[in-house]
Design a protein around this ligand. Structure first.
Ligand SMILES: Cc1cc2nc3c(=O)[nH]c(=O)nc-3n(C[C@H](O)[C@H](O)[C@H](O)COP(=O)(O)OP(=O)(O)OC[C@H]3O[C@@H](n4cnc5c(N)ncnc54)[C@H](O)[C@@H]3O)c2cc1C
Length: 387
């Protein structure tokens, strides 16, 4: 069987290697990769434990042991991380995965796929340079996926977040900074990487004007890193899927001889917008289903593995980013060791959201559980300091 994989980001290139390793012939298309995809590049230890190849010395990364959170009211809290957080260069990671796939026998085709056509027993993949046949088609072509558009449907704007990102040259202290703001269902991040730092902000598409996001990011860089701010910072814009809970239930991830992985499938945590873990995990599950000859099992495997978790995150998002919740949460984390432990599990471990209430009760923080229960039953009031 021959598989055509459109897109050689983390999901596509990892899938290609997994299939090639088991002798499954595949064509891996990408017209840009390896490149520095706009991304924070942040990966928690849990992801490295589950995908140990990420620990390879061949991929440059920065190991971080502490985090500074800034609350919507501007209060700063610094915490030591219970396990390291890693920041990767996306170009390095992509190069590593593509080289690995090619070494294992995959064919990398540096072309842009412009169209796919269904044939009697498979697919014709048409690129800007040629035409290729395959039995099975995988869309790993990110948030603007043409495979998704042709075989399922485009993302609804309500299922997307807009991000603004920049890379600032220099060797910065090894601390991650996360800054929450009133009226933004997202955060500003500052992730130090080898030779530079990635700084960015994300918010649901349409919630805040794009120029306002850029202004907030400029303000952040000139306030916290004045010397960098003055030199002028150039920004890149990018979309990231962040599906509503009901869309995650409606969505199909595979069909007759096709499947979607990673961003093309919308598999990103809608609360934190972490997607690298889900790109790798969906690729791993799809490889398993293809190699067993049970493509139809892929949707069920995703459901069992993490779709419930993503739906919880989607439902929690608005409440999580309310200034009141964040002020209280950070205060509790600073005051209570067991609450802090749970908060870091929420951000760094998987599953994070589905066992949250249970963990709060078990850890003997009934006050915090009560606080969450009380808050989750209160009616919501929308308030923005940016309006
Ligand atoms: C600003 C920003 C910050 C983020 N920060 C983090 C973070 O810190 N941690 C985290 O876990 N996640 C983060 N994410 C999410 C993460 O970047 C994505 O979830 C992840 O990259 C998804 O991987 P993927 O392989 O599915 O898609 P992508 O990495 O987008 O790869 C898709 C590939 O498909 C190729 N392609 C597209 N169309 C075609 C075509 N027609 N023909 C051929 N090739 C094509 C592209 O060139 C690209 O290489 C962030 C996202 C953004 C936008």
């Amino acid at each position: 069987m021959k598989v055509a994989i459109v897109g050689a980001g983390v999901a596509g290139a990892y899938l290609s290697g997994l299939l090639a390793e088991k002798g499954c012939s595949n064509l891996l298309f990408d017209y840009l990769a390896p490149y520095e995809k706009p991304c924070g590049g942040g990966i928690a230890s849990k992801t490295i434990r589950e995908f140990p190849f990420l620990d390879s010395q061949e991929i440059a990364k920065r190991e971080v042991h502490s985090v500074e959170f800034v609350s919507p009211r501007g209060r700063a809290y610094t915490f030591s991380l219970p396990s390291p957080f890693y920041v990767f260069s996306r170009k390095e990671l992509s190069r590593f995965l593509i080289d690995r796939a090619m070494r294992l026998g995959a064919s990398f085709i540096p072309e842009k796929v412009v169209r796919v056509e269904r044939r009697k027993r498979g697919w014709e993949v048409i690129s800007d340079h040629g035409s290729y046949s395959a039995d099975l088609l995988v869309g790993a072509d990110g948030v603007k996926s043409i495979v998704r558009r042709q075989l399922w449907r485009n993302f609804d704007p309500r299922d997307l977040s807009l991000t603004v990102v920049s890379y600032i040259k220099g060797d910065f202290e090894g601390r991650v900074k996360v800054c929450f703001l009133s009226g933004v269902e997202g955060y500003i991040w500052w992730f130090p990487r080898p030779g530079n730092a990635s700084v960015g902000i994300g918010s649901p598409l349409g919630q805040i004007e794009s120029h306002q996001l850029e202004t907030l990011l400029r303000k952040f860089t000139s306030e916290y890193y004045p010397s960098r701010g003055k030199r002028g910072v150039s920004f890149k814009w990018a979309l990231v899927p962040s599906l509503r809970a009901e869309e995650l239930s409606r969505q199909r991830f595979s069909g007759e001889r096709w499947a979607l992985v990673g961003d093309a499938a919308g598999l990103v945590d809608p609360l934190t917008r972490e997607g690298i873990y889900y790109a790798l995990k969906s690729a791993q599950l799809l490889a398993e289903a293809i190699l067993k000859g049970e493509l139809g099992e892929y949707d069920r495997m995703l459901e069992e593995e993490f779709l419930g978790e993503l739906r919880k995150a989607a439902r929690l998002r608005r409440r999580f980013y309310s200034p009141w919740f964040l002020e209280m949460g950070l205060r509790l984390a600073a005051a209570s060791g067991s609450f802090r432990e749970i908060a870091f599990q929420l951000l760094l471990e998987k599953p994070a959201y589905t066992r949250l209430k249970k963990r709060l009760l078990w850890k003997g923080v009934p006050g915090a559980a009560q606080f969450i229960w009380y808050y989750s039953t209160r009616p919501l009031r929308r308030k923005s300091s940016l309006q």
